[in-house]
Design a protein around this ligand. Structure first.
Ligand code: MLT
Length: 326
């Protein structure tokens, strides 16, 4: 005959065990309404383009609309601060990247969020190699001439970017530090508008993510000196690597990923992660991302845990590079 004490202990253990699997109703049925995806830069730029390609498929899987909200300013940190403070109910997400969730940490001493403490990583969407781009009539005809020209005209040349801490700003800070130059920075609300200025010849050069550059390079409206990855990119077979072009020290690849506010339930994170992975396995989504030069994450890199590790490693990588810039 079980004693009262043993019976009580057994009931308590059963209750605790059941509680561990109890998923709040809100998470069980998630999502039941439209999801807002904040994009920290102007429409038409690389972050916006990658986010729209993937979330359009995620919305089909989730059975709810995902509305993109472009929130600009301060190199993406305005939007990222807003996302960090949003309700952690799964209905406000952000497509962040190497800038908002790594480079901004050393560049903003009073950053109102911390990428690791204030967000739940959801899924890595795409790796985006960086290219050195210039207006079509910029005098240097190759990277070697670019280096000589920029050093000789350091006081006159300017470089477009999407705000302090953006990918375009951080990666060109690395390039400029390697060259030992400090060109005039020309900020925009995203490299969508910045690319328009480059095509119009209003700015001299820019370090930008490949997904923003492929259409313009193929249209012949801008110059691409090199891609800052060890291998050439299949979408741009004629663009040399920085190593081939004589500047092996400049290696830079960004990435775009989905984050949710801290405290978003594991069940909701798992639902969103599964939808993102399904999108990355869809042939149309893959074709669109690959045609724009994206590097689609291998399955092992698609987990929330892998994204958390990436963010930690990227903050550690970019902090010593960018600290002197502050
Ligand atoms: C940047 O960090 O440069 C942004 O990705 C630009 C953009 O997406 O518009």
């Amino acid at each position: 005959m079980m004693s009262i004490r043993s019976l009580a202990g057994a009931c308590l253990s059963a209750f605790v065990a059941l509680g561990a699997f109890a998923v709040p109703a809100s998470a069980q049925n998630y999502p039941t309404r439209t999801i807002t995806m904040i994009v920290p830069f102007a429409a038409g730029g690389p972050t916006d383009v990658v986010s729209r390609i993937v979330t359009a498929h995620m919305a089909q899987t989730l059975g709810q609309s995902i509305v993109i909200e472009n929130v600009v300013g301060a190199g993406g940190t305005t939007a990222t601060t807003r996302a960090a403070r949003a309700a952690n109910d799964g209905y406000t997400l952000i497509t962040g990247h190497m800038g908002t969730h790594a480079a901004s940490v050393p560049l903003y001493p009073k950053l109102a969020y911390h990428p690791e403490k204030d967000f739940e990583p959801v899924a890595l969407l795409a790796g985006t190699p960086i290219l050195i781009l210039a207006r079509k009539d910029f005098p240097p005809k190759d990277l070697k001439e670019f280096v000589v020209y920029v050093k000789a005209n350091a006081e006159k040349v300017n470089a477009a970017h999407a705000g302090i801490g953006s990918v375009s700003h951080a990666s060109c800070e690395l390039l400029n530090s390697i060259l030992g130059v400090k060109p005039v920075g020309v900020p925009f609300n995203g490299t969508g508008p910045a690319m328009n200025a480059l095509v119009a010849g209003q700015v001299d050069y820019m370090c930008d993510q490949i997904v923003n550059a492929v259409p313009q390079i193929n249209a012949g409206t801008i110059k691409a000196y090199a891609v800052a990855t060890p291998e050439r990119n299949p979408s741009l077979p004629n663009v040399p690597t920085t190593t081939e072009a004589g500047l092996p020290a400049f290696q830079a690849q960004a990435w775009n990923a989905i984050f949710a506010p801290k405290g978003t339930s594991p069940a909701i994170i798992a639902t969103l992660n599964a939808a993102a992975i399904k999108a990355l396995d869809d042939e149309n989504v893959r074709k669109r991302l690959l045609d724009l030069g994206s590097v689609i994450p291998a399955p092992v890199n698609r987990t929330p845990e892998a994204l958390a590790t990436l963010v930690k490693n990227e903050i550690a990588k970019w902090t010593p590079v960018l600290k002197p810039a502050t």
